[in-house]
Design a protein around this ligand. Structure first.
Ligand SMILES: *Cc1c(COP(=O)(O)O)cnc(C)c1O
Length: 361
């Protein structure tokens, strides 16, 4: 018998389920389960990471000034108001640690990203899940769920795993309707996939209760490097920097991310490729009787008749060496989330879903 116990809420955390990455017995698997960039990072980023090995005996920068300056230049932001983390996941963790805790509430939505609940529980806060409307974030439902204990509201825009978005006007209405002590976190993990979208950065200038998070894991193709960042008022960033470890980002991470953000022509190319293949795949699946909401991200949430059909299709795709993501854990039992891969992968997955549908007809 032990008296050693973790803090309240810790054991309520369900372990994060990542996208599958292997199929036993198969070597050339097509992985469309984790929203990774099929083209990987830009060569400028890879070269910078390679060069960084020569400095690996040195501790990395603690203030990330060089990376923050690059992000600020590229996005037209203030460098001092940027914080960098080990993925945007770490920025989400900082937010919960600094602003939530026992006897406070953290809101996220019905189909929202799993890390919001995990980070809220880790901080000892009470997670509050709010319904969406037809797989779209519902601003009125969020506002109705707010109490004097609410400290954080998390939404991803575009959202994962639905791929849907709310408008800038809706995000503004949400920020303006929140209680005084509450921050709105706009998770922009997929913002770069949307043409002419700033992830909500401009809204922060007029609304001091908004925090934007961004990542190098998606369009930049650097999920394995673990770099993300946040943008907010100076006050909020000063708070978050107090819970950030001084050496949270390695030399390789800092160098790779800086080179990546400076290579915007690569980002433009990846965005265009994604849009072209996403539009093609959504149309081709619809023609096979598999509808999806209009996606603004690098994946499609394909909808099947029911959970049994979605699971049978996932099984069949797996037998063909194709990995997609089941999303029953996100309260979408009849859905499969399919990352937009390169053109051959997209054609392969559509072809296989066509075969699956034909066999069941
Ligand atoms: C992938 C993803 C992230 C990114 O996480 P990192 O820690 O930056 O790799 C954040 N939010 C959402 C909604 C995501 O899908």
């Amino acid at each position: 018998m032990t008296k050693i116990e973790p803090q309240p809420r810790i054991m309520d955390i369900k372990l994060y389920q990542g996208g599958a990455s292997a199929i036993p017995g198969l070597s050339n698997v097509v992985k469309l389960s984790s929203n990774e960039n099929p083209a990987g990072p830009s060569s400028a980023a890879k070269e910078a990471i390679t060069r960084s090995i020569h400095e690996m005996h040195r501790y990395p920068s603690t203030d990330h000034a060089s990376l923050r300056n690059a992000i600020a230049e590229v996005h037209g932001l203030e460098s001092e108001r940027i914080i960098c983390g080990v993925g945007s996941d770490e920025v989400i963790t900082f937010l919960c640690q600094a602003y939530a805790g026992p006897d406070t509430e953290v809101i996220y939505t019905e189909h929202g990203f799993a890390m919001y609940k995990i980070s809220a529980l880790a901080a000892g806060a009470d997670p509050v899940e709010v319904p969406e409307r037809d797989r779209v974030v519902d601003v009125d439902a969020i506002l109705a769920a707010c109490t004097d204990k609410t400290r954080l509201v998390f939404i991803a825009n575009p959202a994962n795993p639905t791929g849907t978005m709310i408008s800038g006007a809706e995000a503004k209405r949400l920020a303006e309707g929140l209680p005084e002590k509450c921050l709105l976190v706009l998770d922009g993990a997929y913002a770069e996939y949307v043409e002419d979208y700033d992830g909500g950065a401009a809204l922060i200038d007029s609304h001091s209760n908004i925090v934007m998070t961004r990542t190098f894991s998606k369009i930049y193709g650097l999920g394995g490097l673990r770099v993300g960042w946040g943008y907010a008022t100076q006050d909020v960033i000063d708070v978050l920097n107090r819970v950030r470890g001084p050496f949270n980002l390695s030399n390789a991470a800092l160098a790779g991310a800086e080179a990546a953000v400076r290579d915007q022509s690569y980002v433009d190319k990846c965005r265009a490729d994604n849009t072209r293949m996403r539009d093609w795949m959504a149309g081709a699946l619809a023609a096979l009787g598999v509808p999806s909401d209009t996606s603004t991200a690098n994946f499609i949430l394909a909808r099947f008749a029911d959970q049994a059909e979605a699971e049978a299709c996932e099984d069949y795709l797996r037998s063909q060496g194709l990995l997609v993501r089941k999303v029953a854990g996100y309260k979408l039992p009849n859905g499969l989330r399919i990352t937009i891969g390169d053109e051959p992968s997209c054609r392969q997955v559509v072809h296989a879903i066509g075969q699956f549908k034909e066999k069941r007809a």
